[in-house]
Design a protein around this ligand. Structure first.
Ligand SMILES: Cc1cc2nc3c(=O)[nH]c(=O)nc-3n(C[C@H](O)[C@H](O)[C@H](O)COP(=O)(O)O)c2cc1C
Length: 240
């Protein structure tokens, strides 16, 4: 999917935990599978779209309802950048699904059974997160313009930037996309600094933090145009 459509989906996406008992159309599943396979090729990940997974059904939880299809966000256990890549590339699928009108939610916790055979995790692979995907019980609104703030609490742009608000307009605009990024428990731990024309993103390493960092970098890049190298700290390379 075009980056422009992924960018637009940033403002529409929110975590969806309750789904309708409605199957996803074949053409949408085919398109998602094509994107997943392309992203796996670039990244070395082994993400999969599982049309009918019992990984949420088999766990007693009030949090999630009617989960049928799941994206298994996984890759090779010996990949040193596994968690960050899962966040970065998984979020591209989340945004593509959002653009198609589908709901998603990143899940790490015991709300899903990561050992379910349906997730097809091979001996040399580790599953980092499961992402339920389907039609949400409540429809996501289609914003006509960039909203002022997300639907839930967020840190301010100044907080993300360590109090420095003397930054170019493109940085402020990209920080807005960061405010809308999903993070585990809405913790929003990535910090940015802008110094001498260089924008750096940083987080303290750890499984969930690195997933969050990957997701957050993908939002920043879609808004600013450019690329972060893998890792932390990481200096942003802006497209000319
Ligand atoms: C890595 C990661 C793990 C998450 N794990 C869970 C989870 O186990 N259960 C859950 O209900 N939500 C989970 N979430 C969703 C967050 O709670 C949610 O993204 C955050 O509260 C922000 O809300 P929003 O996604 O609606 O913008 C997770 C999000 C991320 C990025």
């Amino acid at each position: 999917m075009e980056n422009e459509n992924l960018y637009k989906a940033i403002w529409k996406r929110r975590s969806v935990r309750k789904y309708l008992d409605k199957h996803i159309e074949k053409d949408k599943i085919d398109a998602l599978r094509r994107s997943i396979s392309g992203l796996n090729e670039i990244s070395g990940l082994t993400m999969e779209f599982i049309e009918d997974s019992d990984s949420f059904r088999s766990v007693k939880t009030f949090m999630f309802k009617n989960v049928r299809s799941v994206i298994a966000v996984k890759g090779k256990t010996n990949d040193p950048d596994l968690c960050e890549k899962c966040g970065y590339y998984g979020e591209q699928i989340v945004l593509e699904a959002t653009a198609m009108g589908l709901g998603t939610c990143w899940v790490y916790s015991l709300s899903f059974n990561r050992k379910s055979a349906s997730l097809n995790v091979k001996n040399d692979e580790t599953i980092i997160c499961g992402i339920p995907i389907g039609y949400g019980a409540e429809e996501m609104a289609e914003p006509t313009a960039v909203p002022d703030a997300p639907h839930r609490k967020t840190r301010s742009v100044s907080e993300f930037l360590g109090g420095n608000t003397d930054v170019p307009e493109w940085v402020t605009a990209a920080m807005k996309a960061v405010q809308f990024a999903p993070t585990a428990r809405n913790s929003q731990k990535t910090r940015f600094s802008y110094d001498g024309g260089t924008l750096t993103a940083e987080i303290s390493p750890g499984t969930l933090n690195m997933v969050d960092l990957g997701i957050t970098k993908s939002h920043f890049e879609l808004a600013a145009g450019g690329k972060f190298p893998l890792g932390t700290p990481s200096k942003f390379v802006k497209e000319k």
